[in-house]
Design a protein around this ligand. Structure first.
Ligand code: S3P
Length: 173
């Protein structure tokens, strides 16, 4: 069984997935890292040289490879849940957790989050907010929702998520 972390860009997936791996037996994999490795270039370069459509194809392949693993915490890119096929694949052997901050949390993290993310770079706050709102219905399809606020440690979220996953498994048995 895998724990899959989803959520908007800068919601904390990378840090929290590392904290889960440190606090448990789950091994760690990040689909953005798999994409960079497969393409041999950064996400910014994939978007600028090949376009978003090509990025989503490479992402789809990474999702299929990650979903076939077992015993992993899988950090995914923010756009993954917008493709139902990705979610179906990940759900076969995974519990899908959504990290859910209010937009104000994302806004506070924007300056440090922008440089490595083509969909935040050169975008106005209104455009980013629109994407945030458009993505909500997709994120709401997840199995477990975790409210994210500023000021809590990744470790505290890791503990919360591990407990929530445990009780989710019990209720589904
Ligand atoms: C994206 C999120 C990014 C990365 C790519 C596209 C998105 O991952 O996959 O820039 O569509 O939201 P993070 O959510 O880890 O920033």
């Amino acid at each position: 069984m895998n724990i899959v972390l989803t959520g908007f860009m800068a919601s904390g997936k990378t840090q929290i997935s590392k904290a889960i791996a440190a606090a448990s037996k789950y091994k760690l994999i990040d689909t953005d890292d798999m994409i960079v490795e497969a393409a041999g270039k950064s996400i910014n370069r994939i978007f600028s040289e090949d376009g978003e459509t090509e990025f989503r194809l490479i992402e789809r392949d990474a999702i299929c490879r990650a979903a076939a693993l077992d015993g992993y915490v899988i950090a995914t890119g923010g756009g993954v849940p917008t493709n139902r096929a990705n979610m179906d694949e990940l759900r076969k052997n995974g519990i899908i957790v959504n990290l859910a901050p209010n937009f104000s949390v994302i806004q506070e993290r924007l300056e440090s989050a922008r440089s490595s993310r083509p969909l935040l770079r050169n975008q106005s706050i209104d455009e980013i907010k629109k994407r945030f709102d458009d993505r909500k219905p997709f994120y709401e399809e997840c199995d477990i929702k975790i409210n994210i606020i500023n000021g809590r440690t990744p470790h505290s979220y890791a503990i919360e998520i591990l407990k929530a996953v445990e009780s989710y498994i019990k209720t589904k048995r």
